[in-house]
Design a protein around this ligand. Structure first.
Ligand code: ATP
Length: 302
């Protein structure tokens, strides 16, 4: 049995004196969906380029299936680069077939695969159009097809959902989930925490090149400890802002959202408000990735 694990061990990348990635260690098991979060310049793209062997690391080791990714394995890898790079004058069909053949696919097989993706993305009519004639969002779908047409086992997607309208975001998310169900290992970066929260079991938050949070989403939330408490009631909730164990509060149109130190605080708050008036909602919720990010990285995230 092969060990198709993607492993980064103490990986560092320096550009001159500047450290873009600092001592990053992560293990991504086969068939996993892994999310990379971080502000602009955090080091996500640099990490992807090192994984793909497009950039040498300054220190550390990167392996997939116990080997570095090189010419012998690159046909098993798909990459959606951040700087989209299609040939504007080429027709969609010629472009995809060309890229698929570079990765060892037969033309007929590539055409079948292309058609099925174009159908899925509802853009079959663009098969014989030049890339430059397509809208940005549709070009992005073509670029996505270029990354997956050869059915890679490892797929690296650099901000796959950026610049898309909500319908296309959903379409691409579903496509990514299908690829995962079909057995691909997928690593993607995003600026949107909800995308990672929704799709990934494991994630890493990079801050100025260093991993500040890394591991399983469930564990990260559990370790964070704090919970959110949402209260909607027909009474003033102002006094709850300074209730012991309340870390943060936000008054809303319907009531108040509290970040509390732990579950026990919720019980005490319930006792406090039970006689104050009608409680329409009292819900203890897991912290969001956004809450965790803000605490670990601060408000520097855009
Ligand atoms: N070839 C290079 N030479 C010098 N500095 C570089 C080079 N490539 C990247 N950097 C720097 O490394 C840091 C990390 O860049 P990187 O592109 O990896 O960030 P990112 O997390 O992908 O950001 P974004 O979300 O904006 O795409 C940045 O400060 C960037 O300016």
């Amino acid at each position: 049995m092969r060990n198709m694990v993607l492993k980064l061990e103490h990986v560092t990348k320096k550009f001159g004196q500047f450290t873009a990635v600092n001592d990053l260690s992560i293990t991504i098991p086969e068939k996993e969906m892994f999310g990379f979060l971080g502000a602009n310049g955090a080091g996500k793209t640099t990490t992807f380029r090192m994984i793909l062997g497009l950039l040498d690391s300054s220190a550390g080791r990167i392996t997939w299936d116990d080997q570095p990714i090189d010419y012998s394995t690159s046909h098993l890898v798909g990459y959606l680069p951040e700087e989209r790079g299609l040939y504007p004058k080429l027709k969609v069909r010629d472009q995809i077939v060309y890229l698929a053949r570079l990765r060892g696919m037969q033309k007929t097989e590539a055409l079948i695969e292309l058609k099925s993706w174009l159908e899925r993305f509802k853009i079959l009519e663009y098969e014989n159009k030049k890339v430059e004639e397509l809208s940005k969002g549709n070009q992005q779908k073509i670029q996505f097809i270029a990354a997956v047409v050869h059915k890679p086992k490892l797929l690296i997607l650099d901000e796959p959902f950026s610049g898309l309208d909500p319908i296309n975001v959903e379409m691409l998310k579903e496509a990514v989930l299908t690829l995962k169900e079909n057995g691909a290992t997928i690593v993607f970066s995003s600026h949107r925490m909800e995308h990672v929260e929704e799709m990934c079991e494991h994630l890493c938050i990079l801050h100025k090149g260093s991993p500040v949070v890394s591991g399983s989403l469930k564990e990260i939330k559990r370790e964070f400890g704090k919970k959110n408490l949402v209260i909607h009631g027909d009474f003033s909730s102002d006094s709850l802002k300074s209730f012991p164990g309340v870390v943060k509060s936000k008054v809303t149109m319907e009531g108040i959202h509290l970040q509390i130190e732990g579950e026990d605080v919720a019980g005490k708050i319930l006792k406090e408000i039970v006689d104050k008036g009608f409680i329409r909602k009292f819900a203890l919720e897991e912290p969001s990735l956004n809450d965790i990010f803000i605490e670990k990285v601060g408000n520097s995230y855009e």
